[in-house]
Design a protein around this ligand. Structure first.
Ligand SMILES: CC(C)(COP(=O)(O)OP(=O)(O)OC[C@H]1O[C@@H](n2cnc3c(N)ncnc32)[C@H](O)[C@@H]1OP(=O)(O)O)[C@@H](O)C(=O)NCCC(=O)NCCS
Length: 165
């Protein structure tokens, strides 16, 4: 593996994000529930940070943070929001995705820690499919805690948030 560098995404990273997203959608056998189209990134990239991990050539990981407004059309996020009372410091965390050849090398942890560093005093909240054991393990290891559950399209999901702002 070449050197991997984490940074805030700009428009030049969107093609790489879309490529990695496409490879990890349910329709491709992956674990990503919601598809964010190019137009979503064009509208929201400057509002809340999207982070990418790059190996010099390609995007090998990304992490999206967003506002509630940015998710008004995202059904699964709306399902989560019906189960929790958001406070001012909350933001919507995720999706996060790491290229399968780069997993278990600390890239998700690096993305998570960078996001917490650039958004001090905030609390990420997210959902994870109950059968996505890798993501549940990763986010519990990063210090998130389960606060609620919901079912969407017949699938159980856990809602997690950072244990400290
Ligand atoms: C979930 C995901 C982002 C984790 O990325 P990653 O870069 O492999 O995670 P890291 O290497 O930073 O792991 C951090 C910690 O999480 C835990 N963890 C991560 N993957 C794990 C696994 N497969 N099994 C058990 N624990 C795991 C470990 O504690 C790990 O630390 P360690 O390797 O020092 O033991 C990655 O598996 C992925 O992209 N999956 C497909 C898309 C997806 O499911 N996204 C999340 C949607 S909610």
């Amino acid at each position: 593996m070449g050197e991997v560098h984490v940074k805030v995404a700009d428009r030049n990273d969107v093609d790489g994000i879309l490529r990695l997203q496409a490879a990890n959608l349910h329709s491709a056998g992956g674990m990503l529930s919601a598809e964010f189209p190019r137009a979503w990134f064009e509208r929201w990239l400057d509002v809340m940070p999207v982070l990418v991990a790059r190996d010099g050539v390609s995007v090998v990981g990304y992490l999206i943070s967003s506002t509630v407004a940015a998710n008004s059309d995202v059904g699964i996020v709306q399902a989560m929001l019906r189960e929790v009372d958001l406070e001012e410091q909350h933001f919507i965390y995720g999706p996060i995705c790491v290229d399968e050849y780069y997993r278990r090398k600390g890239i998700a942890a690096a993305l998570y820690n960078k996001l917490r560093e650039i958004l001090p005093g905030t609390t990420p909240i997210t959902f994870i499919r109950r059968d996505n054991s890798k993501s549940l393990a990763a986010h519990l290891a990063l210090g998130m805690i389960e606060v609620a559950t919901f079912t969407h399209l017949g699938r159980a999901h856990a809602i997690l948030q950072a244990s400290e702002a």
